[in-house]
Write a protein that binds this ligand. Structure first.
Ligand code: GLA
Length: 744
């Protein structure tokens, strides 16, 4: 049923307003209201956000939803939808960027103390312009100014037409006689109107990333935030979704997928206001972060990223994936290399000859890269466990007498590439770095240190520390130009947030992340192509601020495949599979085939002792690497359709279809061991072309076993999508991968 009709009927007596999804407007009794005011219409291929200034020049969001066929009709929205002036007394609940301290009564987007100590702020529309960046991308800027102070904010709306994606951020500046203190500084202030709002948020901890929770938002404010300083998503990631009227399903419902592009403290306020509209304010967290802004200096917020779909979570996430591959993730449209990692097979206990053997194992397995993990550095304080050595990035002479260079050559001899682990932001108190530069460490001088994994965080707001970080990469690459992969880890949060460098301590959280980005920027300028994994003691830092510099991220240290099915499923709403690093390890009780099948739903890697595999296991893994190459193009670049949720069914089922609908791969995993659990009915496939014919073939079959499915059965796309196909998942066939090829 059309939302407009539903809501209008339900509330006719209370509030007269129209809803596309989202609309309303200021009552004609609101002072200053006029239809002739400036209208700013920002549209993607299917959606629009429309802003309008009233006669007092206050800019509000008057529409958010599916775009109208005739843009001229947005002008009519205010006339059709009258707002109750006696409830929104201030007339700015719908503000496009809510200033605190003047007429505002709800959560602000911005709050400041002027140079003269005054705490009031009003922002009025001055001008706007739209610049076409290319055929798909445009940027609208809107200038707002305070009539009483030389203080202004520019709102940015970057539109990615085809993908229905928007990025919003703001730039704050002033010309007052002294510094202005910024107390809140959101990236975006959105406004929606619907019957109900359903928030899907995530929480977690180490090895428990991306645990979802879906609840109805009630009047008042729900805040999603992080105050950890680094590895911001340890407890809560900056990604979430809001469904309108009822929780969206994969194919139905109005839903917004949003994410703050910031690798530090973030904050998202979701306020259901007194008129049951939803105000969404997102950006950096202002917690302990009052920022002093000099005259003429610019304060640029990170962007808030979102996509909106009226066709459910599936379409919204496919749009976001297209955007991420095209515009954000490094080499998002390229390929990825399979690898063998030594972390779980050796931990810190290795030497040159052990590693040389592992390099040979990588070759035996058929993977592209050998990745040397933690433990290769530190001499005065050798890194033989996680208590010492972080910060001293010189090869440990005992373990590696001939340095990394020897191993890189060993790898080359075996036609394998070589990658390495670093954790550049961190320091163990037991390190030469700590002894030499205690002032580079974030710590309270007058309080006992509190360690996280026996380590502390370096003060990246200090340019000297930034230089030091860049030098770690320079040394590695200058000595070993053949290095072909970097795993960048970040295992601690910030305690005792105090900087010996900062004059104003409240700048630390923000300047830390800005410093981090400066380092990443410099590293990328010098080494633009080398693949880099964003890791943070598992998936403790996964966001689109950092992914600009990375080709992939480590989903979680928890590689138990059963847990991974659930985590990968939730991550998949926000991040495409090409960026998910999945390793086959010894976590979990499932057979090797199940573990490998789960890891294939992303970028495949191994972290097992290859020499201990029995003959069949080894054969299976070798064949899996080959099979993976035959379907990786679909996994990396195809459209994802979630067919069966592991949370609602005995088994999970997902498929990736290439863009011309000629090839697909379908993954099926049993997640329940109760009697009779399995695929009792066919699963309806999605994303194929009805009039094409497809063969369906099971791949990744364990040596010595046979598929129970008919070999290369052929069906029409119509049949597969209407009737479906039963992968025959059951307790004897706990994971099943199907390759689906067009037959001409
Ligand atoms: C973190 C990472 C692991 C591994 C260890 C090494 O926990 O997530 O994959 O690299 O650090 O100390």
């Amino acid at each position: 049923m059309d939302i407009f009709v539903t809501i209008a009927t339900k509330r006719k007596c209370i509030i007269e307003r129209t809803l596309g999804l989202i609309v309303f407007f200021i009552s004609s009794t609101t002072p200053g209201f006029s239809q002739k005011q400036t209208l700013i219409n920002i549209e993607t291929a299917h959606n629009a956000i429309v802003l309008q200034a009233d006669t007092g020049n206050r800019l509000g969001v008057i529409y958010f939803g599916e775009k109208l066929k005739k843009a001229a009709e947005y002008q009519s929205i205010p006339a059709m939808t009258k707002r109750q002036a006696d409830v929104d007394y201030s007339g700015i609940f719908h503000s496009a960027y809510t200033p605190a301290g003047s007429r505002n009564l709800v959560e602000p987007a911005i709050q400041v103390t002027h140079a003269d100590g005054n705490t009031s702020l009003d922002l009025q529309y001055v001008s706007h312009s739209t610049k076409k960046i290319d055929d798909n991308v445009s940027l609208t800027t809107v200038l707002l100014k305070d009539p009483a102070y030389p203080f202004e904010v520019t709102l940015y709306y970057k539109v990615y037409q085809k993908e229905d994606v928007m990025e919003q951020w703001s730039v704050i500046r002033h010309k007052e006689n002294g510094n202005v203190m910024l107390q809140k500084f959101a990236s975006a202030n959105l406004f929606f109107s619907a019957n109900q709002y359903w928030l899907r948020q995530y929480h977690g901890d180490w090895a428990r990333e991306m645990q979802p929770e879906e609840t109805r938002l009630t009047p008042g404010i729900k805040v999603l935030d992080s105050k950890l300083g680094t590895r911001e998503n340890l407890y809560q990631p900056p990604s979430f979704m809001v469904s309108f009227n009822s929780p969206a399903t994969e194919d139905e419902g109005k839903v917004l997928l949003g994410s703050v592009e910031w690798s530090g403290n973030f904050r998202v306020d979701l306020e259901v206001d007194p008129l049951n509209d939803l105000r969404l304010i997102a950006g950096m967290n202002n917690f302990a972060s009052e920022y002093s802004l000099k005259p003429s200096e610019e304060f640029t917020t990170p962007a808030f990223l979102y996509t909106y779909s009226v066709k459910g979570k599936g379409e919204a996430s496919r749009n976001l994936h297209d955007w991420a591959r095209e515009y954000r993730i490094l080499n998002g449209k390229g390929s990825r290399e399979t690898l063998l990692n030594n972390w779980e097979s050796t931990y810190f206990d290795f030497n040159e000859s052990i590693l040389s053997e592992l390099v040979k194992d990588a070759k035996k397995l058929g993977v592209d890269v050998f990745l040397l993990d933690d433990g290769w550095f530190g001499n005065k304080y050798p890194r033989n466990n996680d208590h010492a050595g972080l910060g001293d990035w010189q090869e440990n002479k005992k373990k590696l007498p001939n340095g990394i260079g020897y191993l890189v050559k060993e790898a080359q001899k075996n036609a394998v590439k070589f990658g390495i682990w670093v954790e550049p932001e961190m320091v163990n108190p037991k390190s030469e770095l700590y002894e030499k530069h205690p002032d580079w460490v974030i710590r309270e001088p007058n309080r006992p240190e509190h360690l996280y994994r026996n380590q502390l965080v370096l003060d990246l707001s200090n340019p000297k520390v930034q230089d030091f970080l860049v030098s770690i990469f320079d040394t590695l690459f200058i000595k070993n130009p053949g290095l072909a992969f970097i795993k960048w880890d970040c295992n601690a949060v910030i305690y005792n947030a105090h900087s010996a460098y900062q004059q104003k301590q409240s700048h630390l959280y923000i300047d830390y992340v800005r410093g981090l980005y400066k380092v990443m920027e410099r590293v990328r300028a010098k080494y633009p192509k080398v693949p880099m994994m964003l890791c943070s003691g598992g998936g403790g830092r996964v966001d689109y601020g950092a992914l600009k510099y990375f080709t992939e991220f480590w989903v979680s240290d928890n590689t138990d495949p059963l847990e991974r099915i659930f985590m990968q499923y939730e991550y998949s709403y926000f991040f495409p599979a090409i960026a998910h690093d999945n390793h086959v390890t010894d976590w979990g009780k499932q057979p090797l085939k199940f573990r490998t099948d789960v890891a294939m739903m992303g970028k495949l890697g191994f972290d097992i002792v290859v020499s201990k595999l029995n003959e069949n296991d080894l054969k299976f893994c070798q064949q899996a690497v080959i099979n993976y190459k035959s379907v990786s193009d679909e996994v990396w670049h195809g459209d994802l359709y979630r067919l069966m949720s592991p949370r609602e069914n005995d088994f999970a089922s997902l498929m990736y279809v290439n863009k011309d609908r000629s090839k697909a791969v379908m993954f099926n995993y049993l997640v329940n061991n109760r009697f009779g659990a399995g695929s009792t009915l066919p699963v309806k496939l999605k994303g194929l072309q009805a009039d094409k014919k497809y063969s369906v073939k099971e791949i990744n079959i364990y040596p010595g076993t046979k598929s129970t499915l008919e070999e290369n059965a052929v069906f029409s796309g119509d049949y597969l999508m209407t009737i479906g196909f039963n992968p025959n998942v059951n307790v004897r066939r706990t994971s099943v991968i199907l390759e689906i090829n067009e037959v001409k």
